[in-house]
Design a protein. Sequence first.
Length: 184
Amino acid sequence: MFHPYFFWRSYLNWYIVNKEYIRFLLQFDKTVGFVNYDDKLKIHVGTILTIGKFKYYVPISSAKSKHERMSNSLDFHKLQDKTTNYLYAVLNINNMIPVPDSCITQLKYDKISNYRYFKDDKERTNYIYLLQKEKALIDEVSELLQSKAQKLYEKCLQMPDSSLAKRCCNFKLLEEKSLEFVQQ
């Protein structure tokens, strides 16, 4: 049974989360993913859902060989092309974080060079194509992702000592810290 204060809204776009906010959250929960890889950009992306008064963002990760062997689960989802079976990326739902509006920027493709260095136009174009493909794969499963996130959140609240909850961000703690960050 899902808690009645869940209200789901989908914002299927790419978002950049403020790095200072991520650093702040990392002080309290090491499960939170960091967003800076030298000149590269890690984008927090996907279905933005509202739980109570909080928006949650789901981080995307590049596909690695270990992900090929993993199955989709409540806290993990592959972005895989059904036609070619090519694995583009994964969504780590267990690492979703509450993010205030003041700490996000919607990524526009024509502004992408403001956030990430590209050695040439070809590299930039290829990266935009990759983002577009990943977004299309997310769009195909948006309702499923919303359902997974909702169930995951509830299970972690109900069973905070479970192995599932231990793999996840501490959602309640991060909600408190998110409010604290906004008040500062």
